[in-house]
Design a protein around this ligand. Structure first.
Ligand SMILES: Nc1ncnc2c1ncn2[C@@H]1O[C@H](COP(=O)(O)OP(=O)(O)OP(=O)(O)O)[C@@H](O)[C@H]1O
Ligand SMILES: [Mg+2]
Length: 293
């Protein structure tokens, strides 16, 4: 069900365990109402990908995910031919011996097509079951792919030479994410509603811990959130995201640690920081400084 208001979006997110701030909720609400893609940018591990998963859950529909990478091109994102089945079909036709050789049209039909995420999304929409289409980490793909995507996002139809045109009457709900390792082209951004996901405040991070780790000790959650906030202020090579906060909390639970102290932090720092230089930097800064009573 499409939420009726911004407050309803926040509530629906909360029911799935996702703590959305108002800015994200407004952008999501508008995106759903106006039928525009969401463009979510932010540091690693701040909950960008999760927004798409949560939306699929809220809208009770499928999530179709296209993970972008360097060298991804339109054909890989759209469909591929099922060569093994085509070969098999040719053999079968020839074995039956009906008039000799197999015709191209016998093996170039929809039956032998394996839809990749973009075609999956368009086909599902054409059948009246609009999915959530997640185009994850678009900054990893090349600019040519972006140009192709721009075209697709404007009319949601594809023409396959051997098969014809498939058109999504009701376009899918599109969520595009980027870690901003490079700028995404303005033309594509213009089609979307933009939201920058920041690291959460201490208050919000405590809320996230409560939502994601039911039963977490209130004082420990606060200590963790404050230590995270300190770490993010340290000019690290790779500041930890919300994902790391949750990992840290899970690690402390396994270690049966009920509060943070320098020894516990020292032992569990590897769940939060993944670069030797960052760990050294934090040790220099002093582990006691991360402990808030
Ligand atoms: N506001 C939030 N409420 C609840 N959980 C959150 C929130 N933000 C992040 N998380 C959790 O943090 C983890 C990381 O989120 P996610 O994978 O969506 O981050 P991301 O921004 O896509 O990261 P990356 O850039 O590394 O792909 C997930 O387990 C997600 O559930
Ligand atoms: Mg992600």
């Amino acid at each position: 069900m499409v939420p009726e208001s911004v407050e309803a979006v926040i509530a629906a997110f909360a029911r799935t365990g996702y703590v959305a701030d108002r800015g994200l909720a407004v952008t999501t609400f508008l995106g759903l109402r106006l039928g525009r893609p969401l463009f979510l940018e932010g540091e690693a591990g701040v909950g960008k990908t999760e927004v798409a998963k949560v939306l699929a859950e809220i809208l009770e529909t499928d999530l179709i995910r296209l993970q972008c990478y360097e060298g991804l091109d339109a054909s890989q994102a759209l469909y591929e031919w099922d060569y093994a089945r085509q070969m098999l079909a040719i053999r079968l036709i020839e074995a039956r011996g009906e008039g000799g050789e197999a015709d191209v049209s016998d093996i170039m039909s929809r039956e032998y097509l394996r839809p990749r995420p973009l075609l999956q999304a368009i086909e599902a929409s054409a059948l009246g079951k609009s999915p959530v289409l997640l185009i994850d980490e678009l900054d990893r793909a090349d600019e040519e792919f972006e140009a192709y995507l721009l075209e697709l996002l404007s009319d949601f139809q594809v023409t396959l030479p051997e098969i014809g045109t498939i058109r999504a009457e009701e376009p899918p709900v599109v969520v595009i994410t980027s870690n901003r390792t490079r700028e995404i082209h303005d033309a594509l951004k213009r089609r979307c509603l933009y939201h920058w996901l920041d690291y959460p405040s201490v208050e919000r991070e405590v809320e996230i811990l409560r939502a994601r780790m039911p039963g977490v000790d209130e004082a420990l959650a606060r200590q963790l959130a404050m230590a995270m906030s300190d770490l993010r202020a340290l000019d690290l090579f790779k500041p930890p995201g919300v994902a790391e906060t949750l990992d840290w909390a899970a690690a402390l639970k396994v270690l049966a640690a009920s509060h943070l102290d320098p020894t516990t932090i020292d032992e569990s720092l590897g769940t939060v920081l993944k670069y030797r230089e960052d760990i050294e930097r934090v040790r220099e800064h002093g582990l006691e400084a991360l402990v808030h009573e």
